[in-house]
Design a protein around this ligand. Structure first.
Ligand SMILES: NC(=O)c1ccc[n+]([C@@H]2O[C@H](COP(=O)([O-])OP(=O)(O)OC[C@H]3O[C@@H](n4cnc5c(N)ncnc54)[C@H](OP(=O)(O)O)[C@@H]3O)[C@@H](O)[C@H]2O)c1
Length: 241
């Protein structure tokens, strides 16, 4: 199959809906074999059916909870046994947490946001770094938000998690600077998804872009030809070149 990612093996977290689902479908349309990760297996089943109906390479379902590092390690071991490498890692899954002021937030909710948005991505890096290094052109893309740098009331945990994610990924990019792996952060801007609507229930979403609009930016950063690393890039800058 031809396409910008022909022959690539790509893992996308948060592939059951929203941006991750659009990215998984676009990657498959570009010739990648996609490992689709999320908790809801039925939603992943329908994604895999859509990929097959498109005539794209068959996808693989990994219905795991990313807060469980043992499941992440087991998935990496399965990928090592079956493929021996990973070409593209997209750390996209996230949760917004309760829309409350910092002083009101339940500590367990704050902790969940940090575990999904930060700790799980470190667990992915830990588990998949050897497989990215085993690729001819390992590419890691983590999804951030402008709120990492412009924090907003009622979103302290989410903002803090994205700020921590940015530092984590920039440090990881430095870790792999002497390898062929490239690691970047991508900010998709505002996108009409479940996460956006739950975090900003008062917002008018009419006319807002949908997840498909940002998928090309992920393809660009996933390509073997991509040379940038350690950068935080807006989807628009990536698409406009
Ligand atoms: N939408 C925006 O305006 C916007 C703006 C800036 C940045 N972002 C970022 O874009 C990324 C995608 O967000 P989205 O808007 O597409 O959100 P979304 O539609 O709510 O999708 C979130 C995804 O994460 C998965 N997920 C959540 N917790 C998980 C867990 N514990 N284990 C495994 N998977 C889990 C969900 O799947 P399951 O529920 O099936 O597990 C779902 O597939 C996030 O990193 C978000 O911070 C979004």
């Amino acid at each position: 199959m031809s396409g910008a990612l022909a022959g690539s093996l790509a893992l996308v977290t948060g592939a059951s809906r929203g941006i991750g689902r659009a990215v998984a479908r676009r990657f498959a349309a570009e010739g990648a074999t996609v490992i689709a990760v999320a908790r809801h297996g039925a939603a992943l089943d329908s994604l895999i059916d859509e990929i097959a109906a498109d005539g794209s390479p068959p996808g693989v379902i990994a219905d795991i909870d990313l807060t469980d590092a043992i499941s992440i390690d087991a998935l990496a071991e399965w990928v090592r046994e079956h493929y021996g490498r990973l070409d593209v890692l997209v750390g996209n899954a996230a949760t917004a947490g309760e829309a409350v002021e910092a002083r009101e937030q339940d500590p367990s909710d704050f902790d969940t946001v940090l575990r999904v948005n930060v700790t799980a991505n470190q667990a992915l890096i830990r588990a998949f770094d050897p497989l990215l290094r085993a690729s001819d052109a390992g590419r890691a893309i983590f999804v951030t938000s402008g709120l990492a740098r412009r924090p907003k009331s009622h979103m302290a945990a989410y903002c803090a998690s994205k700020a921590a994610l940015e530092v984590l990924v920039r440090a990881y990019a430095d870790d792999v600077a002497d390898s062929g792996v490239r690691a970047n952060l991508l900010d998709p801007g505002v996108v009409n998804t479940v996460l956006f609507r739950s975090a900003m229930p008062e917002s008018d979403t009419s006319g807002m872009k949908g997840p498909d609009a940002v998928a090309d930016a992920f393809v660009a950063l996933a390509r073997p030809a991509e040379t940038r690393t350690g950068q935080t890039l807006s989807w628009k800058d990536v698409v406009d070149g």
